[in-house]
Design a protein around this ligand. Sequence first.
Ligand SMILES: [Zn+2]
Length: 278
Amino acid sequence: MKIYLFASSSCSIPKGLFVKGQPWKRVKFPILSAVIEYNGDLILLDTGIGTRMNQEFKNPKYKTNAWFHQSVMKAVFDPGRNPLIYQMQARGLDPAAVKYGILSHLHYDHAGGMRDFPNAKYFINKKEWEAATAADSHKHSYVREQYEANPKLDIELISTVPGKSYLGFPASLDLFGDGRFILVDLPGHSDGLTGVFVNLPSGRRFLFPGDSVYFPENLAGPAPKSWLMQKLVHEKPLAFETLKKLHNLKKSEPDLEIVSYHDHSIPGRYELAPVYYE
Ligand SMILES: [Zn+2]
């Protein structure tokens, strides 16, 4: 197994917006996806910004999302170069070998590349699917064409199994039954936010916590997002309970490597592909 990280966009944000109590000075951060080689196949963890973003944002229905992306996150995005599919090709990873995608949640900056891999099977949390297909989901950072695509994508709705506790989480899902990919619920940032533990044969253990954590400072505090950010992304108070759980988990499992998809210390703390982790 190998884990590669790719950034499909580079953004910048006043740090105090993402982490309560931090100065309001802009820091750069990526929109990451992980690509994992597993049993000869490739698995995507989130799909980042895809090839269709600029067209999608032309729809007036998504003007709030477009404003947030361009004016708040100040995203730098080259549609001919930055989408995950093009970067994989440039690094010699075959997009046709992508068998599965596991989505942390369906906000536009995570589901944007799904249609670029139309032959993949996607695993999506059932509660997340309900939130993302609700009538007013376009007001909550969702762009439904990304996952309600025509032709249809192969989507399997999943739920964690109550009683199957894992590292203090009361419910979990061992996706392939071999202990390599364990999914847990991290609700708050979105209703069905899913964290993915990836347990490598080497013994290294990663947790991809989606947007329940933005920056390492959130996790270390634990420090919630600013009230303004919580309002902008319609985050529920439950998000801070989830963050506290992750903060305690990191304390009790110091070797667990927690990698958020918007970690401003990447590249640096971890490097982007072609560097990989195994
Ligand atoms: Zn995000």
